[in-house]
Design a protein around this ligand. Sequence first.
Ligand code: CA
Length: 234
Amino acid sequence: MSDKILVVEDEIALRDTLAYNLTKQGYDVETADDGQRAIEIARKTKPDLIILDIMLPILDGFEVCRVIRQEMNIPIIMLTAKDEEIDRVIGLEMGADDYVTKPFSMRELMARVKAHLRRVRLIRAEIDTEAQIPKEIINFGDLTIDMTRREAYKNNQPLNLKPKEFDLLLFLVRHKGQMLSRELILERVWGWDFSGGSRTVDVHIRWLREKIEDDPAQPRRILTVRGSGYRFEG
Ligand code: CA
């Protein structure tokens, strides 16, 4: 089944161009030209992703985003035209997943649509897998991971991992023995729109090693795969 995308834009020419390009990529496309209508369609058809303009009649994009966020967990890409809009979107006070600035390249927007849909599919698949393996405590020698408390222990001492460190550790653990590239780790642990680059992965791996390795300089749990990424050995 094709992914369903709701395009909310009051400029007819842009709305048609978006609909045309998305349809060409194989998506099912629905359109709305004002904020009120956008919310009605979203409630009725439950799209997989929304492309949402900010300046709209009746309700603006910020308001639409806020309402939809309370009811549905679907990726929202905002179309922004002005700097002050970008500031508000980046503040993420209303929970948009991403934004592009007008005028934008259609190719760039299509790439982001694809990436967000892929991310959602992966997360859903992971939740399904988790449901099949209800493990709350995982042990690797003197390292214990408590999924419920979102905490890890070494020799029974809590490691006080930061949320991202815990997410990273969990991602490594779930893919034990597999080579994981920095790009994959970045995409899955931080999300596509994170702009910090893959160096962030290296920094967090270093912090994690300082907490879970006996000798962080000679890691035995998180190995570096030269030029490629990392592998968790357990
Ligand atoms: Ca507009």
